[in-house]
Design a protein around this ligand. Structure first.
Ligand code: HEC
Ligand code: HEC
Length: 353
């Protein structure tokens, strides 16, 4: 009884505040969005781009971006959201698929990269063809083998959903829905995806110790892999030719952007963080396991004139060392990121299998 009374009292007491808030909203009085400080993990370099300089990161902007990221209405079939291809439990890559499903029976021609630490990335996509996180979504939204929509149609659909009016107003202090705000909100969500709390990070902070096998793997990584996949981001974001054959899509990688023959078959070095969850690997997902990736580095043709000098001179990894190396790569798994509720959809979404 006392309990019910307390609740009743609480509801009664908070009524004026509730009335005031709704009154403020009705009257168009601006409720200030709550700023979020973008934290650079200790020991990390400055991000390549200050992506939140012209796009102030706020709780409300992030919340809107998250809703958009998981909203199938941004696609022609109403089902192909960003999150249908970029799945959180796979560090926002497509789990278990070399290529991802777009609308209808379409497929992408490249493997969906994991999404995290994007502020440190000087350019996006496997060939670096997109230079800003705010324009990036235009590519999947309009691609016939991804979301297949037009920006105009997306805006019509978003505008007809009254919940969006409130979210846009909360995030940008005015209910007008524009493509610029939509892209800014999406960037607030994707730019906030920071993964920096793996066992490796805890080891670096002195919180845990590596096992003997992990420590051995770490040393092998340092001598054979760190030149292109350096700590702490585990990539230097350069474009390299790793001696792989041209695939059936004639994907020449970086050459598509620069038109220079010397960039043929160069692809962006991906981060090794969360690599336990981002299989299949490489730009077209041609390798299903880390074992296969390392075997590629062991067996590639080092005589190819186009192969990256870093690989030609790479200290080879022995069969025995391979397993230690994989143990080390597993320490880069950050489950506090892949299971972080803050990044998860509010309701289950359709994943394409
Ligand atoms: C049909 C699957 C699919 C959908 C839907 C999709 N993506 Fe992607 N995404 C990909 C693929 C494949 C790539 C690699 C493209 C390339 O390199 O040419 C990619 C690349 C990216 C990148 C660059 C990452 C990097 O490491 O360079 C970002 C950021 C991204 N997507 C965000 C989004 C957002 C935001 C949406 C929704 C508006 C979205 N994606 C929708 C498959 C998808
Ligand atoms: C000369 C630079 C270079 C060196 C050295 C190098 N890599 Fe890579 N790595 C790359 C590039 C470039 C790619 C992407 C290739 C592609 O997609 O075509 C890549 C891709 C990978 C991937 C796939 C990740 C994903 O998400 O798809 C893994 C795993 C990997 N490398 C592990 C290693 C390991 C382990 C070593 C050391 C034995 C190593 N790399 C050494 C440049 C390098």
């Amino acid at each position: 009884m006392k309990f019910i009374f307390t609740i009743a009292l609480f509801v009664f007491a908070s009524l004026p505040a509730l009335v005031l808030i709704s009154f403020k909203e009705e009257a168009g009085i601006k409720i200030k969005p709550k700023p979020i400080k973008f934290i650079i993990p200790p020991g990390w370099p400055k991000p390549a781009k200050d992506i939140f300089a012209q796009n102030k990161l706020t709780e409300e902007g992030f919340a809107l971006g998250k809703k958009l990221f998981y909203d199938g209405n941004l696609s022609l079939d109403g089902q192909t959201s960003c999150g249908s291809c970029h799945q959180q439990f796979a560090a926002f890559s497509t789990f278990d698929h070399d290529l991802s499903h777009g609308i209808g029976n379409s497929f992408t021609e490249r493997n969906a990269p994991a999404l995290f630490n994007l502020a440190w990335m000087p350019a996006l996509h496997w060939d670096g063809g997109i230079n800003h996180i705010e324009v990036q979504p235009l590519s999947p939204m309009t691609a016939h083998n991804e979301m297949g929509e037009t920006l105009a149609n997306i805006l019509i659909k978003i505008k007809s959903d009254s919940s969006y009016r409130r979210l846009f107003k909360n995030a940008f202090s005015s209910p007008t829905i524009t493509s610029e705000k939509l892209l800014k909100a999406l960037a607030q969500f994707t730019g906030s995806l920071v993964s920096a709390n793996s066992r490796y990070d805890q080891f670096k902070e002195g919180k845990i110790k590596f096992t003997g096998a992990e420590e051995k793997g770490y040393q092998i990584y340092k001598t054979s892999c760190a030149s292109c996949h350096p700590e702490p981001l585990f990539t230097d974001y350069t474009y390299r030719n790793t001696g792989m054959d041209l695939n059936r899509f004639n994907d020449v990688g970086r050459q598509r952007i620069t038109n220079s023959g010397s960039d043929s078959l160069k692809f962006k070095v991906p981060s090794l963080r969360n690599v336990q969850y981002t299989a299949p690997y490489m730009h077209d997902g041609r390798f299903n396991s880390l074992d296969m990736v390392i075997n590629h580095y062991r067996n590639m043709n080092k005589e190819l004139p186009s192969i990256d000098p870093g690989l030609r001179n790479m200290r080879p990894v022995s069969e025995k060392e391979k397993q230690f190396l994989i143990y080390f790569l597993y320490t880069l798994t950050d489950t506090s990121f892949t299971k972080n509720k803050r990044f998860a959809p509010d309701r289950p979404i359709l994943l394409k299998h």
